[in-house]
Design a protein around this ligand. Structure first.
Ligand code: PMP
Length: 408
């Protein structure tokens, strides 16, 4: 399979005659992650609105490196997670919508490993997996890597359209093995699943016996509106709900520390699967996160980030109004990292990528978020990692890029 997205190569060369497994055909690669490598090669100034990284100017590097790491912190850790982090995390979650118990908690190498473990346990080749349209590229790629058939269901301003989901599943007459949902400040749309839809989604999963993969990395980063209960809380211990969480957005993605909250009956399978994958999650990083939580630094940091992100979102919306008012629409999320922009005219955002990069701004084309290529005229912009003045400069460069593309 060879795929080229405007200079971002995610395809593989099959020239070598090696005895590849059939499933290697389904390793589609991530336009988002590949853009990191592509951007690293560029020597000109680029406003980076592409990656979903937290505020680069606010990574708590000093606090993390101040956590003392004795020699034994460089040893192997328990597969289910270092007891020091497990204890700090359980205390941190107590009283929140993600409160949990030790028998449900498993520390993972980022949220991605939680997604991979879910599909390793539940997805056989040809199983039907529901994904949101648009959805998080790497999440759908994980399902595809286990040779799933994907069913894309639209997201509107209230999140996944559960009525459409129900109608489509009835129409095709196939029971989904799992439903992959990002209920809060969705990546890439920023949409939040309304309360009644959350409840209905759990009902549908129960009716169909489908696993509900509840991926919620951004929920704590709310800067307006009232918090909603997580799918985890609403499901009240239903074994069908499998929740994936990460510190990548609230602390730092390079740490690669996250967790899974799953039915205790899955515990040993999860441990066995992780042992066959990476043995344990990086122990120094687990200790750094634990120390950061225990010091109170985590809560303070998240509170600060909410203020920063609100300001950045508003700066991005203002810049979009200035440069694209009347020509495009964009979302207005209550939290998280992303705005989803859709042009009124049929502007090919895949072609725009390269022109924009040359102009000094990086964005992710809409079709990166849809295995079926449903969003050729949309794009995702991350407001989180860039200060307001740079955001304004980046959107101005995007305007130039759109004009250049139109001029041919
Ligand atoms: N799920 C979603 C919706 C995400 O946006 C991300 C990160 N971009 C992840 C999962 C993966 O998180 P991590 O970097 O911790 O693997």
């Amino acid at each position: 399979m060879s795929t080229i997205h405007a200079g971002i190569h995610t395809g593989v060369s099959t020239a070598a005659r090696l005895p590849l497994a059939a499933r290697s055909e389904h390793l589609v690669g991530s336009v988002i992650d590949s853009s990191t490598s592509l951007l690293a090669e560029q020597t000109h100034d680029i406003v980076r609105l592409a990656m979903g990284s937290p505020a680069q100017d606010a990574i708590p590097a000093a606090a993390l490196s101040a956590v003392p790491l004795e020699t034994h912190a460089y040893d192997y850790a328990a597969t289910e997670g270092d007891p020091v982090l497990r204890e700090a995390l359980l205390a941190q979650l107590a009283g929140t919508s993600d409160e949990t118990t030790p028998d449900r908690l498993m520390i993972t190498s980022g949220g991605m490993q939680g997604l991979d473990l879910a599909h390793k346990l539940f997805t056989d080749p040809g199983d039907l997996v529901v994904v949101e349209a648009p959805t998080y590229t790497n999440g759908s790629a994980t399902a595809l890597s286990y040779s799933a058939d994907l069913l894309e269901i639209p997201v509107d301003e209230d999140g996944l359209d559960v009525d459409r989901l129900e109608a489509e599943v009835r129409r095709i007459g196939r029971r989904p093995k799992s439903i992959y949902a990002i209920p809060t400040f969705q990546n890439p749309s920023g949409a939040t699943l309304a309360l009644e839809r959350r409840v209905r989604l759990i009902e549908l999963a129960r009716e169909w016996g489908s696993m509900l993969i509840d991926d919620d990395p951004y929920g704590l980063l709310r800067f307006s509106g009232d918090p909603l209960p997580t799918l985890h809380e609403l499901a009240d211990g239903d074994p069908l709900v499998y929740s994936v969480r990460t510190f990548s957005k609230t602390v730092a993605p390079g740490l690669r520390v996250g967790w899974v909250d799953a039915d205790p009956s899955l515990r040993q399978l999860l441990v066995n699967a992780k042992q066959a994958m990476d043995t344990c999650t990086n122990l120094p990083a687990q200790r750094q996160v634990a120390g950061f939580i225990a010091s109170g630094g985590f809560d303070a940091h998240v509170a600060d980030q909410r203020i920063v992100y609100k300001e950045r979102k508003e700066a991005m919306r203002a810049a979009l109004t200035e440069h694209f008012g009347g020509e495009a629409t964009w979302t207005d999320p209550d939290g998280g990292f992303f705005l989803w922009v859709t042009f009124d005219a049929p502007i090919d955002t895949t072609a725009l990528f390269e022109v924009a990069l040359a102009e000094g701004v990086a964005v992710i084309p809409g079709n990166a978020f849809s295995p079926g290529g449903l969003f050729p005229h949309s794009m995702r912009l991350c407001f989180a990692s860039t200060p307001p003045a740079r955001i304004a400069a980046g959107v101005a460069r995007l305007r130039t890029a759109v004009d250049r593309l139109a001029a041919g």
